[in-house]
Ligand binder design. Structure first.
Ligand code: GTP
Ligand code: SPV
Ligand code: MN
Length: 591
């Protein structure tokens, strides 16, 4: 072992004493080591090597049938005082949690190898970056972390003798659902995850560190960790403006981050650049603006629905050095397939469960007949993305012109509206609600409050998180403007009214015009909506009446909404910032 950092070595020794692995292997970042691990995983059946000509260095992995998404009910924030975790998070006393999980971890790696993954969230050595050490018994985790983060000796070098790193311990153990725990100790910079092998539960740099632990660090250190994509819109003059957007899981971040401008916009010279598709770390800069970095190094994107029309950039990103999880295996040419891909379903196929699959039995209305799991995903290196931003590695990140919130709302929320000011924007984020998706276990399609798309990811009391947002507003003079969008309004038959995807640029154009005071708007009780003629519908098959309809703010529905907000706010008691109580009163009065 080449670890010279004493705190890292102590963490490894203590964890090894608990989990009792047969071997300990340091992940160095060396390609030969990865290649040996890929081969080992193929021998054990953990991964399947795909067609080298069509999908070079790509692999397929199937998770256990009971382990296909994040498990919010088994995710805990373990801080000393229960009140500090707040009413939204599950809480366990840290001492109790360590004891309970120690029993599960005890001997969980017997006969197995414990891999030590030193990784950096953000470019290695940048002052905005943070380091984690993940210990795991899963090769799938090692190889996926190598795609999603920056890994290896260079990270240990950057860490030096510092003790400032997040300690992540993961074991698949028996994949027993009843003993599955995703547990965070924000006060100890530690994460323990056991009995899962799936994405957000086990790639500890992602939701566990970069959102739950980092949101807590950000509150204490004066910055923000958010569930946001970051994109740059380049106008025909070549100026690039940056937008960060928070949508709940499986509500369109990856799609918006990589959008292809409609032909009309391409001809004019518009381009969109992707900085990140899931997580943003945001800090006030010396110039009074808010600056954002994407701490990740790859995409863990939803596969179903990704195709050459909806998201060609995401599709292109998966063509080499990618890992697919729970998609269909096309045996005819040893490639992969999922619902919504451009090609017809393969004749000769294995579904996500590992069983022979007949596409003729597929029924759109019955998710259980899908070949690919609805939350099947790809892990792909960011550098594969044709529209990756030149600022992707910029150590200080990019300056934000706008922050956009959004969710899946069939009716209430209009296509777009602008908050009156920063605190109104915090209010708009705090009242977000969205239909649940397959990204987490549980019912799908139920509307729930998901403030700032962070409901499952705030590592402390959400009332304090709202207060932190308000405080951040006082820290920067040139704040981004705040907006809310809804691509998901439906007609009476349940069809989406707005075309979405690339055409969302038409809405971003209005948003950026508002940021530069170039366009008027109409004031409504919830904020400013566009004049319908200011949303460009050239070359679309919808009329101005459809836009009018998409922009309506229905008072009765909003009065109903207010009741839901009051109920939601009531949980926080006195801890809810008074600024938000005032904003709710203002909304009620305006309605
Ligand atoms: P996470 O990775 O879970 O955080 O999800 P995400 O927010 O990145 O969502 P993603 O972009 O993967 O989109 C999820 C689903 O939303 C896919 O099925 C898309 O097809 C669909 N979707 C994305 N953008 C739009 C849109 O503009 N309109 C409509 N109708 N659907 C969209
Ligand atoms: C999400 O659920 O928001 C994701 C996927 O981005 S996971 O990494 O599983 O959290
Ligand atoms: Mn996400």
């Amino acid at each position: 072992m080449l670890v010279t950092n004493k705190a890292v070595q102590k963490f490894i020794d203590e964890s090894a004493a608990l989990c009792k692995p047969e071997k300990i292997v340091l992940i160095t970042g060396d390609e030969a080591q990865y290649e040996a691990l890929r081969q080992e995983a193929c021998q054990t059946g953990e991964m399947i090597k795909l067609n080298e000509e069509k999908l070079p260095n790509c692999y397929l992995h199937r998770s256990a049938l009971n382990d296909v998404a994040r498990v919010e009910g088994r995710t805990f924030i373990c801080c000393k005082n229960k009140e500090d975790a707040g009413p939204i998070n599950n809480w366990m006393d840290p001492t109790e949690a360590y004891a309970k999980l120690s029993e599960i971890f005890d001997g969980s790696m017997k006969g197995k190898t414990m891999y030590v993954i030193p990784y950096s969230m953000g470019a290695v050595g940048s002052k905005f970056s943070k380091i984690g050490i993940e210990l795991t018994d899963s090769i799938y985790v090692v190889l996926s972390m190598n795609i999603m983060t920056r890994v290896g000796n260079k990270v240990l070098e950057a860490l030096g003798q510092s003790e400032d790193f997040v300690r992540g311990l993961h074991s698949k153990a028996d994949l027993d659902e009843e003993k599955r725990y995703i547990v965070h100790f924000p006060e100890d910079n530690a994460i323990w995850s056991v009995n899962s092998g799936y994405g957000g539960n086990v790639l500890l740099g992602k939701k566990c560190f970069a959102l739950r632990i980092a949101s807590f660090q950000g509150k204490n250190e004066g910055w923000m960790a958010e569930h946001m994509l970051i994109l740059g819109v380049e106008n025909p003059q070549g100026e690039v403006k940056y937008i960060a957007a928070a949508f709940p899981s499986a509500c369109g971040k990856t799609n918006l981050a990589m959008l292809i401008p409609p032909e009309l916009y391409q001809k004019k010279g518009y381009k969109v650049w992707c900085v990140g598709d899931d997580i943003a770390w945001i800090r006030p800069g010396k110039d009074g603006r808010l600056w954002a970095i994407n701490p990740e190094n790859g995409f863990f994107g939803v596969a179903p629905g990704t195709n050459a029309k909806s998201n060609p950039n995401a599709l292109a990103s998966t063509k080499k050095n990618a890992i697919f999880t729970n998609v269909v295996h096309n045996l005819d040419d040893n490639t992969v397939w999922w619902e919504g891909l451009d090609e017809p379903a393969p004749e000769n196929a294995i579904d996500w469960k590992g069983e022979k699959w007949d596409y003729r039995k597929y029924d759109k209305k019955d998710k259980s007949t899908c070949g690919a799991h609805p939350n099947s995903r790809f892990t792909a290196p960011a550098i594969n993305c044709p529209c990756i931003s030149s600022e992707f590695e910029a150590p200080d990140g990019v300056p934000l012109s706008a922050i956009v919130f959004g969710g899946r709302r069939a009716k209430t929320a209009p296509l777009v509206y602008q908050a009156r000011d920063w605190n109104s924007g915090v209010f708009v984020g705090s009242i977000m609600a969205s239909e649940t998706t397959a990204a987490a276990t549980g019912a799908v399609g139920v509307v729930r409050r998901d403030p700032m798309a962070m409901r499952p990811f705030v590592g402390y009391n959400m009332a304090d998180y709202f207060a932190h947002w308000i405080e951040m507003g006082a820290k920067a003079e040139k704040l981004p403007k705040i907006f809310n969008v809804n691509w998901f309004r439906t007609d009476d038959e349940g069809h989406f009214i707005w075309p979405g995807f690339g055409d969302n640029l038409r809405v971003l154009e209005w948003i950026l015009a508002r940021c530069e005071d170039k366009v008027d708007a109409v004031e409504t009780p919830i904020g400013f909506v566009p004049n319908p003629e200011d949303i460009n519908i050239e070359e679309l098959d919808i009329t101005i009446d459809t836009i009018k309809e998409l922009l309506t703010v229905d008072k009765d529905m909003w009065l109903e909404e207010v009741k839901g907000i009051e109920e939601f706010y009531a949980q926080f008691g006195d801890r809810l910032p008074k600024e938000l109580v005032e904003k709710l009163e203002e909304l009620k009065k305006a309605l």
